[in-house]
Design a binder for this molecule. Structure first.
Ligand code: NAP
Length: 433
């Protein structure tokens, strides 16, 4: 009998028992746990993606994945290192590794946009002011589409002069952080507005990186904000270091990993350490790595292999009493995760409380309500510029993964309102038994 918090338990299977309306969970060490409700708080970005490259097992050195970083750190001093991948994880690791490593090869398939973090020490007065304001800050966060308390300009980028436009981009660049794309209201809906932001960032890259061939290779040619915008500490500056080289694996792809490094085309990149910064099987990966079986033994893995679907990102038809925190179809990764997670957890807790007080033992999403919500998620997601770039929002980073828009792009307030109104009228779109 398991009680309270059990550590080091990897759940391998979660099976719904139709007769008792309960979930039976089995962990890798054979423990079995039965519970009326099962809340999957398994994360949106928690299932590491190991790309199918031949030869991992042949490598004689060390292989690290950014999603599975050694807790005690890793000393790159004197090492020849290759980093595969230039998403947020690669872009944030590369400058730090470059400071230690003897030589660093950055293997880039797609150049990525990044803005400075502008991290700085916070003085005591600032920290005290922020802490005193927490409740109001959380309320302000919950009122914005992205759940971030910040400056959102609703003006159209093309309605102001080029000078004013660039001045606003420059202010955001100096402030740092992902609200760069909140500089104008239409950066994520209007191509010309987006192009203006792209031109500004390209100028920054070309002004920072001394070797213009390298600078050009680092200039992304897709939509800014299509993929999650990266935030860095000295990423582009790192390419001015004599110990750092950029390897274009779009032009010349990786052939395989061998005992002494990575074969890129016919060029051997000889290294002691390979850092795999290739991201995650996002939003659905962690759930699909558990053998989840709902009513009549239906497998979530099989159902979602053609296309995932969820009601509000919280529940799935055919899987009674199973809840997901920030599941697919919730705003989650398009927002500040903390207020989004808080919202999901509070909604689920209230729902369970409602069931207890009304003597219900089973709650299940109605298939029609789920279809309607999922279609809405697709309609909203596919209408903006985000859908025009291959990204993990669309499952495009995983071979064979169905291409659907995974998070809800309608903003946190609209989503919260929808969830609250559903609960207020007795959980519309759910069967309560
Ligand atoms: P990611 O954004 O998915 O980036 C993965 C990188 O690996 C991409 O450059 C990708 O290239 C490359 N890649 C994937 N498969 C490859 C292959 N077979 N061969 C060569 N290159 C390959 O993953 P991530 O950097 O781990 O970031 C994931 C998310 O985590 C972020 O978007 C963000 O939401 C979150 N995160 C946030 C922070 C933060 O600042 N708060 C920091 C780290 C992560 P392609 O683009 O060509 O596919």
């Amino acid at each position: 009998m398991l009680e309270g918090i059990e550590f080091n338990r990897k759940v391998e299977a979660a099976v719904f028992d139709d007769r008792s309306s309960a979930w039976v969970l089995t962990s890798s060490n054979g423990d079995v746990l039965t519970a009326r409700f099962c809340v999957m708080a398994t994360g949106c970005l928690s299932a590491p993606n190991w790309p199918p490259i031949d030869g991992y097992e042949d490598f004689g050195g060390e292989i690290l994945h950014t999603a599975l970083w050694p807790h005690d750190g890793f000393d790159f001093t004197g090492k020849r290192v290759a980093v595969i991948g230039t998403g947020s994880s690669g872009i944030q690791s590369i400058p730090q590794i470059a400071k230690q490593a003897d030589h660093l090869s950055v293997l880039q398939r797609t150049a990525n946009y990044s803005v400075p973090a502008q991290n700085r020490p916070l003085d005591d007065a600032y920290v005290a002011r922020a802490k005193a304001d927490y409740p109001a800050m959380r309320a302000r966060q919950k009122a914005t589409a992205s759940g971030i308390d910040g400056r959102f300009n609703t003006e159209s980028a093309m309605s102001v002069s080029e000078r004013e436009r660039n001045a606003e981009f420059e202010r955001r660049w100096q402030e740092g952080g992902i609200l760069f794309t909140a500089a104008f209201g239409d950066l994520m809906t209007d191509h010309a507005a987006n192009d203006a932001a792209v031109a500004f960032v390209h100028d920054k890259i070309r002004g920072t990186v001394k070797n213009q061939n390298v600078a050009n290779a680092l200039c992304p040619n897709n939509i800014i904000g299509g993929k999650r915008l990266c935030v860095d500490i000295g990423y582009f500056e790192t390419f001015n270091r004599p110990n750092v080289e950029l390897v274009d694996i779009r032009k010349t792809p990786i052939k395989h990993i061998n005992s002494s490094g990575i074969l890129v085309g016919d060029q051997q990149v000889g290294v002691d350490v390979i850092v795999v910064a290739t991201g995650f099987d996002a939003m659905t990966g962690a759930l699909m790595r558990i053998d989840i079986r709902g009513k009549n033994g239906a497998s979530l893995r099989e159902l979602w292999s053609t296309a995932p679907s969820s009601y509000l990102g919280i529940a799935m038809s055919g899987f009674p009493n199973l809840f997901t925190v920030t599941g697919p179809g919730s705003p989650s990764v398009l927002t500040n995760m903390i207020p989004s997670i808080e919202h999901g957890v509070e909604w689920i807790a209230d729902c369970i409380e409602h069931m207890r007080t009304h003597n219900h033992t089973e709650i299940e999403a109605d298939q029609d309500a789920q279809h309607a919500w999922w279609n809405h998620v697709q309609e909203v997601g596919m209408s903006g510029l985000k859908s025009k770039t291959d990204s993990w929002y669309l499952g495009a980073n995983i071979q064979g993964k169905p291409r659907v828009f995974l998070p809800y792009n309608g903003g946190l307030p609209a989503y919260r309102e929808k969830c609250e109104s559903i609960a207020a009228i007795g959980y519309a779109g759910f069967f309560l038994r």
